[in-house]
Design a protein around this ligand. Structure first.
Ligand SMILES: Nc1nc2c(c(=O)[nH]1)N[C@H]1C(S)=C(S)[C@@H](COP(=O)(O)OP(=O)(O)OC[C@H]3O[C@@H](n4cnc5c(=O)[nH]c(N)nc54)[C@H](O)[C@@H]3O)O[C@H]1N2
Ligand SMILES: Nc1nc2c(c(=O)[nH]1)N[C@H]1C(S)=C(S)[C@@H](COP(=O)(O)OP(=O)(O)OC[C@H]3O[C@@H](n4cnc5c(=O)[nH]c(N)nc54)[C@H](O)[C@@H]3O)O[C@H]1N2
Ligand SMILES: [Mo]
Length: 692
């Protein structure tokens, strides 16, 4: 047991941090009695957390002490994917894994690139994430992983427009007079932001939601614009058209602090409201009225702020959509006020010391290839070639559940089912991915390890102290990689660094570590109104409507509407557009196996509008088959006005094995990538729905 954990007092509290992939990154207070965590609560002293956790994380003890927690290392005995395992000792598992990886890496040439790490944000911790792990993969010379599965289209778009992932501070939305919630279900996925919206509403703000689905957020806004998925750039260009024709522009701001206005102006004038309405599947009045609200707020000097979330960048034109929306605040000079502007992510403010954590010098001059995690299905099935390099022979999975979350599951499953693929999975539970492992290794949860966290919503750094001892034989991810390094014969001192030391390494002297130790969080220095007087971190220092860098890559230098790969519509072979946004009580595929949360969600379902249901003789509660050329998924239909005509909503990434027919929504999604950032197009997916 760790010395910092007091075991003398029968009951005590430990400060931690929520590890999940969510903009809120809450400060947690864990109550421990006799070495057992009995309660997890939101820290009342941390302003962003405000004393409250979401429903799912307040069940974190239920997840930690879940009867199905993996508590010992397992070795596969049956065929791949059969889920048949036998217990094995850590030492035996490590020795075998080291030997297998060594055999691949030591064949010479680029053979080490046949080894692939696969990880994402199961924990957002800097220590249990890519620190020690990256050191081992760098030393091996393994393939690198392009971590695109969530946010990279929006990231690239913000970089090209504002210069970084920065923007309006969340807490200042409370002072806004007009809030556009664009492609985000704040109440479901970012609930601590919603508090600021409520404050703004009480102070007279108007709140408008732009989302194909009538979410719990949309129904609490003053207006809801239910556009077709993937048409946001058209709407943004249409707003610009109206701002221009009504002269609701801040000419001074545009002249001083933007680049490419004449060209953008010409592009926007191609988007009169009628055209926008037709493309977006909304009314002309909705376009005009939204533009008037936004334009007049600017003219009257009222703060207007846009909260985007990643939901709107999961279609082919996702990067262009984010770029078009990110241009809007400059047009009305909204950046002049601290409660104006736009926020997609605040992570650009985070001074993470990536090189100190990951040690790229261990590559020793090698430059391994990069594999895109979003095309893992195809890539696992790809033979060796000049262009691709060696076929993938080994995958080490941690902090991720690719068999459930990656697009085009048929391919992903086929890939992981290869008998000649050596797969190691570090997990809390026997997930869909763990079923395909050769070794399943029990990992610690956030209550059992040290870590340090940043947020992509607020701008504080948080420390997570362990509150209980590891359960069973669970080990931290870092300990696995340290042990693996030892078994591989790596002797560099960097492979001995402890987790507490890694917590300090993550932000170096950029964060007051003493403050983290005493109060659990430390605010970063961030400007109040970052672009009130320009100063964008782009090459030109301006808000780049026109991006020279994009033009040089052969892309359109201006934002444009890029239609979906899979346009739905009555004439299409698959006439319904399917989106698959998060379920409120799950976190991607995490928590699906926590029964109390699964009971709230019920069972896998698609929401379908009454008109689309009637045309297919589908009654509420009927079992349906959702299908396209890639696959089929069986679930229950919920006939509901949460779905607009022409669009069905397949909520949540269920565990395949807990689904009705052993599949989930990703049976239907494709491996095609976005216009920018090489990201998946989960919400660009045409389907048909049929009663069974
Ligand atoms: N409870 C819960 N919270 C979560 C998650 C979870 O799974 N559950 N996931 C976390 C993760 S990984 C992330 S990346 C973040 C953000 O995750 P996001 O995926 O951004 O999730 P949401 O905030 O729910 O926003 C998605 C919203 O976008 C809408 N949408 C879909 N397509 C379009 C479109 O083309 N245009 C527009 N305008 N809207 C569209 C969806 O209907 C949905 O309401 O949330 C995190 N928070
Ligand atoms: N159809 C569809 N697919 C989607 C999405 C969608 O909206 N629609 N959303 C996408 C998005 S935004 C994202 S971010 C991805 C998310 O995909 P993933 O990053 O794979 O996220 P999770 O499904 O939450 O799986 C994380 C796993 O990590 C494990 N884990 C957590 N903490 C630790 C730890 O400390 N150590 C170890 N070893 N394991 C740990 C958990 O038990 C869990 O099984 O999914 C994407 N997939
Ligand atoms: Mo995500």
């Amino acid at each position: 047991m760790h010395p910092e954990i007091s075991t003398s007092a029968p009951e005590h509290k430990v400060l931690g941090a929520c590890p999940h992939d969510c903009p809120d990154t809450c400060s947690m207070v864990v109550t421990v009695r006799d070495g057992i965590a009995i309660k997890v609560q939101g820290n009342a002293d941390h302003p962003a957390t405000n004393g409250a956790l979401c429903t799912k994380v307040s069940r974190y003890t239920e997840r930690t002490y879940h009867p199905e927690r993996l508590l010992q290392p397992l070795r596969r005995v049956g065929p791949k994917g059969s889920g048949q395992f036998e217990p094995v000792s850590w030492e035996a598992a490590l020795a075998d894994i080291a030997q297998r990886l060594g055999q691949i890496a030591n064949r010479g040439g680029r053979s080490a690139e046949a080894i692939l790490p696969y990880s994402y944000a199961g924990t957002m911790g800097r220590v249990q994430g890519e620190g020690m792990a990256a050191r081992v993969f760098n030393k091996l010379g393994a393939s690198r992983l392009d971590r695109t599965i969530c946010a990279s289209a929006g990231t690239e778009a913000l970089n090209q427009t504002l210069g970084n992932k920065v923007g309006t501070r969340v807490e200042f939305f409370a002072e806004s007079q007009l809030i556009l919630i664009w492609g985000s279900n704040s109440i479901g996925s970012n609930v601590h932001f919603w508090r600021h919206v409520q404050t703004a509403k009480r102070n007279g703000a108007k709140v408008i939601c732009i989302d194909p689905r009538r979410t719990e957020t949309a129904e609490k806004c003053h207006e809801h614009i239910a556009l077709l998925p993937g048409t946001d750039a058209a709407l943004a260009l249409g707003l610009m058209h109206q701002l221009i024709t009504h002269d609701w522009l801040d000419h001074d701001y545009i002249a001083r602090y933007t680049l490419g206005w004449d060209a953008l102006r010409a592009r926007a004038l191609e988007w009169p409201p009628e055209r926008v309405a037709a493309v977006c599947g909304i009314t002309t009045e909705q376009v005009v009225s939204l533009a008037r609200d936004y334009g007049e707020a600017g003219k009257q000097g009222k703060p207007a702020a846009i909260r985007m979330n990643y939901g709107l960048q999961r279609t082919r034109g996702g990067g262009n959509a984010v770029r078009a929306i990110a241009c809007l605040p400059a047009l009305i000079g909204a950046w002049r006020l601290r409660a104006g502007g736009v926020l997609l992510s605040s992570s650009g403010y985070v001074p993470v010391q990536a090189a100190a954590l990951e040690r790229p010098e261990l590559l020793a001059g090698r430059n391994p290839r990069t594999i895109n995690m979003s095309t893992i299905g195809d890539d696992l099935l790809r033979p060796a070639s000049e262009a691709f390099g060696p076929a993938i022979e080994a995958v080490i999975v941690y902090n991720s559940n690719p068999v459930a979350v990656a697009p085009n599951s048929t391919k992903v499953v086929q890939g992981f089912a290869r008998e000649d693929l050596f797969t190691v999975v570090l997990e809390h539970f026997q997930t869909d991915t763990a079923d395909y492992a050769d070794y399943v290794l029990p990992a610690t949860t956030q209550l059992e390890h040290w870590d340090v966290h940043s947020s992509y919503g607020h701008t504080d750094i948080l420390l997570n102290r362990p509150s209980i001892a590891p359960l069973g034989e669970a080990r931290t991810n870092t300990q696995f990689f340290r042990d693996l390094a030892r078994h591989m014969g790596y002797t560099e001192a960097v492979f001995a660094e402890t987790d507490e030391s890694l917590c300090r390494t993550a932000f170096g002297d950029k964060v007051d570590f003493e403050m983290l130790l005493t109060q659990g969080f430390a605010p970063l220095p961030v400007p109040e109104a970052p672009f009130a007087e320009g100063g964008f971190p782009t090459p030109s220092g301006k808000c780049e409507f026109f991006s020279e860098r994009l033009a040089r890559q052969g892309q359109d230098g201006l934002p444009d509407f890029v239609p979906n790969y899979e346009p739905a519509g009555a004439d299409a072979r698959y006439p319904l557009a399917m989106i698959s946004p998060p379920a409120r009580n799950f976190l991607n595929s995490t928590f699906v196996n926590v029964k109390s949360l699964r009971d709230i969600e019920g069972e896998p379902l698609v929401e379908i509008h009454a008109s689309d249901a009637a045309a297919r003789q589908i009654a509420d509660g009927a079992v349906v088959r959702v299908f396209n050329a890639r696959g089929a998924y069986e679930c229950v239909a919920r006939v509901s006005d949460r779905a607009r005509p022409g669009v069905v909503n397949g909520l949540g990434v269920w565990w395949r094995k807990l689904g009705r027919d052993g599949t989930n929504v990703n049976e239907l999604t494709s491996q095609r990538l976005t216009d920018m950032g090489r990201a998946p197009t989960f919400y660009d997916c045409a389907v048909e729905v049929q009663r069974i």
